[in-house]
Design a protein around this ligand. Structure first.
Ligand code: GTP
Ligand code: MG
Length: 619
C-alpha cells in the first residue's frame, strides 16, 4: 500500500481577482470554471458558492451522477454496496460504523482519497487488494478508526473499477441515521442536497421504525428519485417475508404518503456479497440483487444523462444569480452611512418574516391540489380500464366470430398485435392530459412563489438601491417526466389455458364457450396490469413534479434570504470592525461584479445552446 503524505493545495488570494477569468475556455464547463475562479477570489462569504460551482463543473465534466444509499444505522447499506461492487470494499460491522459519506467512483485501479476540514490537505492510498482498501477506509470512515471524526475528515472517495460505475454514476455510502452517534445523522442530513437519486434501505428485521419514517419524509423533500429496498430477507421464510413486505408497504403508504404500489426490492445483501465472492449466479438471482441491479442499470441508461444535466444547469444558474445579487448588495452596504444601513436592514428583516408566513400557506394549498390531481388520475384510470376492456374484448369476440374454429392461438396473436399500439396511444394521450393539467394547476402557485421571492429581492433591491433580476420562472419550474414508462413493454401474452379432462369430454360448442369465457377473463387481467403500469407511472410523475416544485420553492426562498440578508449583514459587520480596508474592497467588488455579469450572460447562452440540441458537452 502506498500512502502519500498530506499535500498542500494552492490557495486563491484576493489579489488574483482580476486574472481569475480565463478567456480561452468556453462552453458550459469553461464558464463554470471561470465563475468558480472569479467567486473564489472574493474570499470571505463566497466560499460556499465557489465550492458549489467547482463541484458542478467537475460533475459536468465527468458526467457524475450521485446515487446514495440512505437509511438507519445497521440496515446493511455498506453491505449492499459491497454486493453491487462484487467485493467487500467497504467496512461493515454489527455496531454503528460508517461515519463519513464515502463516494465510490470508477477508477482504473483501486485507490482512495481522503479530504480534511481545512480544505487544503488530502491523503491518497494506492492499494492492490480490496482487503487493503477496506483497512485503509476503516481508519477514516468508521466510528472505530475515526471516533467522533477526530481526524476532521470531510469526504472520502474510493476509486474502483466496476461496470456499474462505468457510465459516471457515483455510489455513495452514507452514515446511518438514528444511532447514539448524533454527528452521523447530521453528516447524512447535510449530505442530502448532493444526492441526485437514492436507494432507501430498511431491513426486514427489525421492521421499519418511526425514526426511519421521519427521515424518509426529510429525504423526500430533497431527493425526488427514490428506490426502496427491504434488506435482510434471508432471516425470513416466504410467509414472514410477505408479512414484512405488507407491513412496510402499509407504513410507507399511510405514514409517508407514498403510493400503495411503490416498488420495493426485497434483497439479502449478505447473500449478494457471498454470491459475488463465490461466483454463484443462482444465489445472485435468489438474493434479489440481480433484479435490483437490472432495475438500476435500466434507470441509469434511461434517465441519468437528462437528470444530471437538468440538475447541474439549474444549480449553476442559481449560484451565479445569488452571487451577483450578493455582490451588489455588499457594495451598497459598504458605501452607505452606517445608521442608514441599520434602518434598512431592520425593514428587510420584517419583509423576510412575512415571506416565511406566506410560504406556509402555499404549502397547504399545494397539498390540496396534489390530492385532487391524484383523484383525477384515479377517475381517468377507471375510464381507461373500461375503454380498454371493451376494445380488447371486442378483438377476442371478433377473432372468434370471424372463424368458428378460431382457437386460443389466433386470439393470442390478435391481442399481442393490438395491445402495444393501443396502450402506446393511451400513454401519449394521458401524458398530454396530465402535463397540461399539472401545468395549469401549478401555474398560479408558480406565480405566487415568484411574487414571494421577488418581493424579498425587490425589497432588498429598493432599500439598497440596486437593480434586481426577476426570478426566471421557466427555469425554476419544469414538469417532471419519467421516460421509462413510455418505453415500457406492455403485457400482452395470455397464459395457455389447460384443457382439462372435463373440457375434453364436453361437446365442441360448449368447449368453445368455456374457452371464450376464460380468454375474456384473461383479457381483463391484461387490461388491469397495463392500465396499472400507466397509472403508477403517471402517479410518480405527478408526485415528483409537486415534490420538486415545493423543494425548489424552499431552496429558492432560503437562497434569496441568504443572498440578500446574509450579504448586507456581513457588510455591516465589516463596517463595524475594519473601516480602513473598505475603500479597496469597494473597488475589488466593482471589478468582480462586471466579470460576473459577463459570465452570467455566457452561462445563459450556453444553457440555451445545449437545450437547442448542442450536445458537445453532454454528460
Ligand atoms: N442476515 C443479514 N445480515 C445482513 C445483511 N446485510 C447486512 N447484514 C449485516 O448487518 C450488519 C450491518 O451491516 P452494515 O452494512 O455495516 O450496515 P450499515 O447500514 O452500513 O451500518 P452503518 O454504517 O452503521 O449505518 C452487518 O453485521 C452485516 O453483515 C443481510 O442481507 N442479511
Ligand atoms: Mg455502513
Amino acid at each position: 500500500m502506498n500512502i502519500t503524505s498530506r499535500e498542500q493545495q494552492p490557495t486563491n488570494s484576493v489579489d488574483n481577482a482580476k486574472s481569475a477569468v480565463n478567456p480561452d475556455v468556453t462552453g458550459l464547463s469553461g464558464i463554470l470554471s471561470n465563475a468558480a475562479a472569479c467567486i473564489n477570489a472574493l474570499g470571505n462569504g463566497y466560499e460556499s458558492i465557489a465550492g458549489k460551482l467547482t463541484q458542478l463543473q467537475d460533475r459536468l465534466t465527468h458526467g457524475r451522477f450521485h446515487l446514495a444509499v440512505l437509511g438507519q444505522f445497521k440496515r446493511g447499506k455498506s453491505t449492499l454496496l459491497n454486493a453491487l461492487l462484487g467485493e467487500e470494499v467497504l467496512p461493515t460491522s454489527v455496531v454503528p460504523l460508517t461515519a463519513i459519506p464515502t463516494f465510490i467512483r470508477n477508477g482504473e485501479r483501486l485507490s482512495a482519497r481522503v479530504q480534511f476540514q481545512n480544505g487544503q490537505d488530502q491523503q491518497w492510498a494506492q492499494v492492490e487488494t480490496s482487503d487493503q482498501l477496506r483497512e485503509f477506509l476503516t481508519e477514516y470512515v468508521t466510528e472505530e478508526g475515526n471516533p467522533n471524526n477526530e481526524r476532521e475528515v470531510t469526504q472520502v472517495e474510493v476509486f474502483y473499477p466496476s461496470p456499474l460505475l462505468n457510465q459516471g454514476v457515483v455510489l455513495i455510502d452514507t452514515p446511518g441515521i438514528g444511532s447514539t452517534f448524533r454527528h452521523n445523522t447530521e453528516a447524512t442530513l447535510n449530505f442530502l442536497p448532493q444526492c441526485d437519486a437514492a436507494l432507501f434501505l430498511v431491513s426486514a428485521d427489525p421492521p421499519i421504525t418511526e425514526v426511519e419514517v421521519k427521515f424518509l419524509r426529510q429525504v423526500r423533500s430533497k431527493v425526488s428519485r427514490l428506490f426502496f429496498i427491504l434488506n435482510k430477507v434471508d432471516y425470513l421464510d416466504n410467509r414472514d417475508r410477505r408479512a414484512a413486505l405488507n407491513f412496510l408497504r402499509t407504513v410507507l403508504t399511510e405514514q409517508a404518503n407514498l403510493p400503495a404500489d411503490a416498488s420495493i426490492f426485497c434483497v439479502s445483501a449478505r447473500q449478494g456479497v457471498a454470491s459475488q465472492v463465490e461466483g454463484n449466479d443462482a444465489l445472485w438471482e435468489t438474493s434479489g440483487m440481480a433484479e435490483l441491479e437490472r432495475h438500476l442499470v435500466k434507470f441509469l441508461v434511461d434517465e441519468k444523462a437528462a437528470a444530471l444535466r437538468e440538475a447541474l444547469g439549474r444549480k449553476a444558474a442559481d449560484a451565479l444569480a445569488e452571487a451577483a445579487m450578493r455582490l451588489r448588495l455588499a457594495l451598497r452596504s459598504l458605501e452607505m452611512p452606517l445608521h442608514d444601513l441599520q434602518q434598512r436592514l431592520a425593514k428587510l428583516e420584517t419583509k423576510i418574516r412575512e415571506a416565511r408566513r406566506q410560504r406556509e400557506t402555499t404549502g397547504d394549498m399545494l397539498a390540496g391540489d396534489r390530492r385532487r390531481m391524484h383523484e383525477f388520475l384515479e377517475q381517468t384510470s377507471e375510464q381507461l380500464r373500461e375503454k380498454a376492456s371493451e376494445y380488447l374484448r371486442g378483438i377476442v369476440q371478433e377473432t372468434l366470430a370471424r372463424n368458428g374454429q378460431a382457437g386460443e392461438d389466433e386470439v393470442k396473436n390478435a391481442l399481442a398485435e393490438a395491445i402495444p399500439g393501443y396502450f402506446e396511444h393511451q400513454v401519449g394521450q394521458t401524458t398530454e392530459l396530465f402535463t397540461k393539467r399539472t401545468a395549469e394547476t401549478l401555474k398560479p402557485h408558480q406565480q405566487r412563489a415568484d411574487e414571494l421571492i421577488e418581493s424579498v429581492r425587490k425589497t432588498a433591491a429598493e432599500l439598497f438601491n440596486v437593480p434586481y433580476h426577476a426570478p426566471d420562472s421557466a427555469r425554476a419550474f419544469e414538469m417532471v417526466h419519467r421516460p421509462y414508462w413510455v418505453k415500457h413493454k406492455w403485457a400482452s401474452s395470455l397464459i395457455p389455458i389447460p384443457s382439462g379432462l372435463v373440457d375434453r369430454s364436453l361437446p365442441a360448442s360448449i368447449q368453445r364457450k368455456r374457452i371464450r369465457k376464460r380468454l375474456l377473463e384473461q383479457v381483463d387481467n391484461l387490461v388491469v396490469a397495463n392500465v396499472e403500469n400507466l397509472r403508477w407511472a403517471t402517479f410518480q410523475s405527478i408526485d415528483q413534479t409537486f415534490s420538486q416544485f415545493a423543494s425548489t420553492l424552499d431552496r429558492r426562498l432560503a437562497e434569496t434570504v441568504d443572498a440578500t440578508h446574509g450579504a448586507i449583514h456581513a457588510a455591516m459587520e465589516r463596517r463595524q470592525s475594519h473601516s480602513d480596508a473598505i475603500a479597496s474592497e469597494v473597488a475589488q467588488i466593482g471589478t468582480a461584479t462586471m466579470e460576473l455579469e459577463q459570465l452570467r450572460a455566457d452561462l445563459n447562452s450556453a444553457i440555451a445552446g445545449s437545450r437547442a440540441g448542442d450536445t458537445h458537452e453532454r454528460a
